[in-house]
Design a protein around this ligand. Structure first.
Ligand code: LLP
Length: 419
């Protein structure tokens, strides 16, 4: 359920017509719904009601906008961060340092030190080498860093190869069969308080089976670690739950996911940690775009829009499907390829697809753009950086401004010796 619905023939975000935002802010523009974000945050938490003691850390990479993070902080969410920048954002948005989990395969010495100085709650270590570096930095400060060891369970998540992370050839975590040995060595280090394990096998998961297989392996690992005399109090089960992009998609619901988690983790006696991103933010956002013109093509017309692959990268890099709809649909449809103005053939959002009929200057939206949308946007072809709007009932605010080429050029310099 989301709050992007037709009212009197016009698509609205909650009580605001998208035509109003397009007129006042311009296009392309991302629009988020506060009520939808809050609903998804609540539904995910409720799904885990039988899972015992839980900690929820929103995966900031999915949508790092400060206003979005503030909403989730108010819902009691912490953050899963993967860079010093994300850490600063989570803190700036009001998330408590102790509720922040620091993930990522390449945390630098500076980022580890920053995390320690800020009092970050948990570091998910991805290698023995990282653990040694963190211990050294922590010991020099006379503190112990709370940490888990991320393991690679060698499970195929059954999702797009570019967003799979849990197969043995992937760069993430340490192989589960060598994890007990590495854990034993890391637990001896003076600057670490090793308290459990972490796992994340991929994103946009459409089935529960790979997750269940992975969690069952984690259960075996916990037993093995405890047999070896380690105290295990925290297990981070990552994110990855998929969302519907097409009307016919039917990913597992948070309730089904939570029931599986409760069943598989019964008796673990730990705090279970979760890092949901897409399932919270994905369907909480849309991107509005305007049709520049229609151009005849060989197989179908091209609808050339003012949004491009730089604004929403997912179709170009993962062949992802984002549902297109007219903001003021006439009821008629057309077969068209929807493309942006960028000079690359990968700048295509929909290929010969049946879509709402649109004409020059009409507005349309791409749905499910609240996760991995604006955050992955860039300024390729020297296009402005796309802005973001948050709607709350009958009011809205620009929560990220459009950054124009002049502002970006102001940070570039032609050296004197070229003048
Ligand atoms: N935890 C870890 C360690 C992760 O690597 C990720 C996502 C998450 C949590 C959150 O996963 P989610 O619940 O959102 O599936 N740009 C890609 C997605 C990349 C996901 C990377 N890691 C896309 O647009 O599909």
């Amino acid at each position: 359920m989301d709050h992007f619905q037709l009212k009197n023939g016009i698509l609205h975000a909650e009580d605001i017509p998208l035509t109003q935002i397009a007129n006042e802010v311009g296009t392309p523009v991302y629009v988020y719904s506060r009520a939808t974000l809050e609903r998804h945050a609540r539904v995910f938490r409720e799904g885990l009601k039988d899972a015992g003691d839980i900690h929820l850390a929103f995966a900031v990479k999915a949508n790092p906008n400060l206003a979005v993070l503030r909403i989730l902080a108010n819902q009691g969410y912490g953050a899963d961060v993967v860079s010093g920048g994300e850490m600063q954002r989570a803190l700036a948005a009001g998330m408590k340092a102790e509720d922040i989990v620091f993930s990522g395969v390449g945390k630098s010495r500076e980022e580890l030190a920053l995390g320690l100085d800020k009092g970050i709650g948990q570091f998910n270590l991805e290698s023995e080498e990282e653990g040694e570096m963190l211990s050294e930095i922590a010991a020099a400060r006379g503190v112990k860093a709370s940490a888990t060891l991320r393991v690679n369970p060698d499970v195929d998540a059954g999702t797009h190869a570019k967003i799979s992370t849990g197969k043995k050839e992937n760069k993430f975590g340490v192989a589960i069969d060598v994890a007990p040995d590495i854990y034993a060595r890391l637990s001896q280090l003076p600057g670490l308080d090793l308290r459990g394990a972490a796992v994340h096998i991929g994103s946009q998961l459409q089935r529960l089976e790979p997750l269940e297989k992975c969690y069952a392996r984690m259960g075996e690992l916990i037993a093995e670690l405890r047999n070896a005399g380690h105290v295990v109090t925290h297990v981070d089960l990552g994110g990855g739950l998929g969302v519907p992009y097409k009307p016919e998609d039917n990913p597992p619901s948070p309730a089904e996911y939570g029931a599986m988690v409760a069943r598989v983790t019964r008796g673990w006696d730990v705090t279970l940690m979760f890092e949901p991103g897409r399932v919270i933010a994905g369907n909480s956002g849309v991107m509005i775009t305007k049709v520049i013109r229609i151009k005849p093509g060989v197989n179908s017309d091209f609808v050339i829009i003012d949004a491009a692959m730089n604004d929403l990268m997912r179709p170009a890099i993962y062949d992802a499907w984002h549902h297109f709809e007219a903001v003021e649909p006439s009821g008629e449809t057309m077969v068209a390829s929807i493309v942006g103005p960028i000079c690359e053939s990968s700048d295509i959002f929909a290929k010969e697809r049946v879509v709402d009929r649109v004409e020059t200057d009409d507005l349309g939206i791409f749905r499910t753009a609240g996760a991995y949308g604006a955050t992955m946007a860039n300024t390729y072809n020297s296009r402005p950086l796309v802005p973001e709007v948050l709607v709350d009932g009958d009011r809205y605010a620009v929560v990220a401004e459009r950054i124009d080429p002049a502002t970006i050029m102001a940070a570039e310099h032609v050296p004197d010796w070229l003048k």
